[in-house]
Structure formats: structure tokens, C-alpha cells
Design a protein around this ligand. Structure first.
Ligand code: HEM
Length: 126
């Protein structure tokens, strides 16, 4: 039955929002931001290995030659390009005159992430 004249219950309006590309743009932006932030402590820990001498860092860098690390690096490149392009879209939405949700920017974000991911794979293969 339709709830005419009454507000749509939150749970239903949430489901409806998820059918919108902008909701997915927000979701991907948040997940990529959190994943990038989670990566930073690991990165600093790895760099900190240099404090134990060159051989300690070299030992760690040898581990990073494994395919699993290469795959993780690829994921990082994709996450960063997704977050960078998605973040630029949000900034344009916020600071430029309003001309709609710029959904073509969402497509451009996906395209940039795809191009960055493919370039990384090509660079690995080359
Ligand atoms: C590469 C350049 C970057 C740009 C242009 C950028 C842009 C943005 C923008 C505009 C927002 C606000 C989104 C909103 O208000 O809806 C944001 C959120 C966020 N960013 Fe970035 N960012 C960048 C890099 C990073 C990096 C390197 C990290 C992690 C270390 C990061 C982590 C986050 C997190 C955790 C959020 C919060 C997401 C949320 O609450 O939904 N960002 N970013």
C-alpha cells in the first residue's frame, strides 16, 4: 500500500537511494578513503624497517616481490585513482556552480581507475 502524504520510512528510502549512481559513488569514495588510510600505518612500518639498517629494508623489499604483494600494489593504485577522481568530483560539486550531480564524472572516475589499473599491469609485464 502507498504511504501517500506521509514520509517514506527511512529503511525504504535508503534502499531507493542505493539504486542511484551517486550513492555508489559515495560508497566507493568512502571505502577507498578508509582502505587508503588503513594502508598508511603499514607503509610507515615498512619504511621504518630502514631504521634497522639497509639489510632489514632489503629483506622486506624482497618479500614485496611476491605476486600477492604485486596484486596488493595494483589494488592500491586503483584505490588511489578511484579516490582521487571521485574526490575531485565532490570538490567540483561543492565549489563550482550547481549543474546537477555530474554523473558523467562517475563514469570518468571508473574510466580513470580502469586506465590506471591497466597501466600498472602493463608496467609490471613490461
Ligand atoms: C589523492 C587525492 C585525494 C583527493 C582529491 C581526496 C578528496 C577527498 C574528498 C573531497 C573527500 C570528502 C568526500 C565527501 O565529503 O563526500 C575525501 C574523503 C576522505 N578521504 Fe580523501 N582525497 C584524496 C586522498 C586521500 C588519501 C591518500 C586518503 C587516505 C590516506 C584519503 C582518505 C579519505 C577518507 C577516509 C575520507 C572520508 C570518506 C567519507 O567519510 O566518506 N583521501 N577525500
Amino acid at each position: 500500500m502507498k504511504a501517500r502524504g506521509r514520509p517514506v520510512p527511512l529503511r525504504r528510502s535508503g534502499v531507493r537511494a542505493r539504486n542511484h549512481p551517486s550513492w555508489w559513488a559515495f560508497f566507493v569514495h568512502r571505502c577507498s578513503g578508509i582502505a587508503l588510510a588503513a594502508f598508511l600505518p603499514l607503509h610507515f612500518w615498512a619504511l621504518g624497517e630502514a631504521l634497522h639498517g639497509a639489510s632489514a629494508l632489503d629483506g622486506f623489499l624482497r618479500v614485496t616481490e611476491q605476486p600477492l604483494f604485486k596484486f596488493a600494489e595494483w589494488g592500491l593504485v586503483v584505490l588511489l585513482s578511484v579516490h582521487l577522481a571521485g574526490g575531485l568530483r565532490v570538490l567540483v560539486l561543492e565549489f563550482r556552480p550547481w549543474t546537477g550531480l555530474r554523473k558523467n564524472w562517475i563514469a570518468a572516475t571508473a574510466g580513470l581507475a580502469l586506465a590506471a589499473g591497466l597501466s600498472f599491469v602493463l608496467a609490471l609485464a613490461g
